[in-house]
Design a protein. Sequence first.
Length: 144
Amino acid sequence: MDDVLVHLVEDGAYLRALGNLCRALKSGGYLICSDVFSHGADRQFENYWKGRSLASVTAAMDSCGLEVVARAPLSVLLSAPTDTRYRVLTEPLWNLVMAAVRGREWVGFGLGAILYPLELLLVSTLKESPGIEIMVCRKRGSPP
């Protein structure tokens, strides 16, 4: 699942979706999802997006029979830095960069080409990201 569950803002719908995913897995099967697993509180934006905390996601996975076995950065520099204690600094910088990129594809291509080698280094060395992470969960039971 790739950033889809954030659009289930109602907690009951979120848990039902996780339950359905878990039921589709064989015992010991894996679910891989990506999201911003924040260390703060859950945050909802209007009626179409809800960012859940790492604690909330872990508890929901557990209640559906899934065990979190790994979490790793998917993006560090190339996604919005929403899970950082320096958000007061990073959010305006991110918005400034995004304003420069919007409407000017060549700026985005150039910036991406410059940042990508550093992004690869950071993704491969950091344990957590201020942006999007991958979470690997295993359905409880015997391994496949």
